[in-house]
Write a protein that binds this ligand. Structure first.
Ligand SMILES: O=C(O)C(=O)Cc1ccccc1
Length: 305
């Protein structure tokens, strides 16, 4: 389906593992193209150099990945067609000839997830943020830092040694990744789908409540809401909203139309199968929406009351 998949790299990131999973599910052999930042991976798709991009979107311990959220809300629209959830446990990598560990580098999300481990095991090491976990491994190889908190696969790509493996303050931490591509025909509903949108709320009383009420009225289960500043006016926010259901379902379509009336700056970020079983499948209530729409149609056609 997507012959060229850009991903947040370089080689050996957790995102590469997720991209490999998406590639394995594809009917075609996909080429995986590493990019050093999330915006660079997304821009490769916008420029037509890749057919899709795999990016991290949120983590069960650290929350949203802001770089992904901002880059999906701005620029040419991209739409998610699949998600993956991976367990996240880290390896701490050092140079084989390395001496004492004075500096430890990694992606801020990784560092936040091993804070206790670092305090207990490398209390004197200075902590340095890098663009990704594997960028940290590359920097250690170069001699910039002494240790990298990396994905376990990174050691297959870089000649480093494992100082510690299976490192995580929270043992069942998970990260969610999206596969996005330019807008096209939305893959059909599976009965266990998620829809993602980003809403820029006008500055007026009750607007967020209006948005959430449109979902609640239709018994649509909200699965995530995050706010980020628009970077324009102080106090102006975007809301990233995920909920159960698919745009093809009447009640989801109704809700989206109603939301858009409250917030004309609403962007559709995709309807795609959920990677994890969560709340009940939303299909059960669609029949009510279809029956109600048919009733109105009959009235309009003079066939009922
Ligand atoms: O840097 C990586 O390896 C990523 O893919 C981002 C990330 C960082 C920390 C946990 C999960 C994903």
């Amino acid at each position: 389906m997507l012959p060229r998949i850009a991903y947040f790299g370089p080689q050996g990131t957790f995102t590469e593992q997720a991209a490999r999973g998406f590639a394995a599910d594809s009917e075609v052999d996909s080429e995986l193209l590493p990019h050093d930042t999330v915006p660079a991976a997304l821009d490769a798709v916008r420029r037509g150099e890749a057919d899709g991009a795999c990016v991290p979107v949120e983590n069960s311990v650290e929350g949203a990945v802001p770089a992904t959220m901002d880059a999906l809300a701005e620029g040419e629209p991209l739409v998610a067609v699949a998600e993956a959830v991976l367990p996240v446990r880290f390896s701490v990598l050092v140079r084989p000839d390395g001496g004492p560990v004075r500096t430890v580098a990694s992606h801020p999300h990784a560092l936040a997830q091993v804070r206790h481990w670092l305090a207990a095991n490398l209390p004197d090491a200075a902590v340095v943020a890098t663009t990704s976990t594997s960028a940290a491994a590359v920097a250690v190889l170069r001699g910039d830092y002494d240790a990298a908190v990396s994905a376990p696969v990174a050691v297959r790509h870089y000649p480093l040694e494992v100082l510690a493996s299976d490192v995580a303050d929270v043992s069942d931490a998970k990260t969610r990744f999206l596969l996005v591509r330019p807008p096209g025909v939305v893959p059909g509903p599976t009965g266990r789908d998620r829809t993602s949108i980003v809403v820029t709320a006008p500055d007026r009383v009750g607007v967020l409540s209006d948005v959430l009420t449109e979902l609640a009225l239709r018994r649509i289960n909200l699965t995530r809401i995050e706010s980020r500043p628009t970077k324009g006016k102080l106090g102006e926010y975007r809301f990233y909203v995920d909920f159960d259901g698919h745009v093809a379902e009447p009640r989801v379509g109704d809700a989206l139309a109603a939301l858009r009336r409250h917030c004309p700056r609403t962007r559709f970020l995709g309807s795609y199968p959920k990677a994890v079983e969560g709340s009940p499948a939303p299909a059960a209530d669609n029949a009510e929406f279809v029956a109600a729409a048919e009733w109105v149609a009959r009235i309009r056609e003079g066939r009922g009351a």
